[in-house]
Write a protein that binds this ligand. Structure first.
Ligand SMILES: O=C(O)CCC(=O)C(=O)O
Length: 244
């Protein structure tokens, strides 16, 4: 069997400038795998997949709607979780064998406040346990809820104070991850982050996922949910990344 961790790590697909930013700031915005002229088909597929999801897979929160399991919602979404620069980032940040934990849609509703800063997975004795990615289905701008990050905070020993982090929405050290539709945010799961306020009248659509250590438990029972249709379509490398 192929040693995929070594294969992926050897490719060095993340440009060195992006690698430096990810290492120093804890996040980076890079062009995603689908070129702008073809991206409309992704937007249509997203809307269709969201509209046709069963209620059990839809979580409506106070600021956003989340729909689980985008591994099994169409071939259009396959390119995102096997994107070589993202996998290279996982090799570098996680530093050991990893797997996809979740991939879901998140639509931030119009006219909602910023979310409190948080970390997804704090650093531990083994290092950084998670790499997240956010595909901008709509362009992310300063006024439509772009993800906000506190640069360098993945290396801090402290955690964001959930009770005050809401007030830091406009703090000077905050950086908004903005970009045109199709851009991909890659971030270290230990960096302080959340969405900013969506002041616009429009929803902010995104596809989000997380890679974790291979020894950790996947979120959302990902291996159990795999459909025969998806398994017939995806590559051996994709199966390795999904741990199926
Ligand atoms: O939707 C966003 O901009 C932020 C997402 C986030 O904070 C998370 O998934 O942990």
């Amino acid at each position: 069997m192929e040693n995929w961790f070594n294969v992926l790590g050897a490719e060095r697909a993340l440009p060195s400038k992006a690698d430096t930013q990810l290492r120093e700031m804890g996040f980076v915005v890079i062009p995603g795998p689908i070129p702008p002229e073809k991206f409309n088909s992704i937007v249509s597929a997203y809307d269709l997949a969201v509209a046709s999801a069963f209620d059990a897979d839809v979580k409506i929160g106070s600021t956003s709607i989340r729909i689980t399991d985008f591994v099994n919602r169409g071939a259009e979404f396959d390119a995102f979780y096997i994107f070589p620069p993202l996998l290279d980032a996982c090799c570098r940040v996680i530093g050991q064998e990893f797997k996809l934990s979740v991939m879901h849609a998140r639509t931030l509703m119009p006219k909602v406040p910023a979310g409190a800063l948080h970390v997804d997975f704090a650093r531990d004795a083994e290092g950084f346990p998670m790499v997240g990615f956010i595909l901008m289905v709509d362009g992310f701008h300063a006024d439509n809820g772009a993800t906000r990050f506190t640069p360098g905070s993945h290396a801090w020993p402290t955690m964001p104070n959930e009770s005050t982090s809401q007030e830091t929405a406009g703090h000077a050290t905050q950086v908004m991850a903005c970009g045109p539709a199709g851009s991909l945010i890659v971030y270290n799961g230990a960096v302080w982050h959340n969405h900013s306020a969506n002041l616009s009248e429009m929803p902010r659509r995104s596809l989000q996922g997380a890679y974790i250590r291979r020894t950790a438990r996947s979120g959302g029972n990902l291996p159990e949910r795999m459909t025969a249709q998806t398994l017939a379509r995806i590559s051996p490398m994709a199966k390795y990344l999904l741990a199926v």
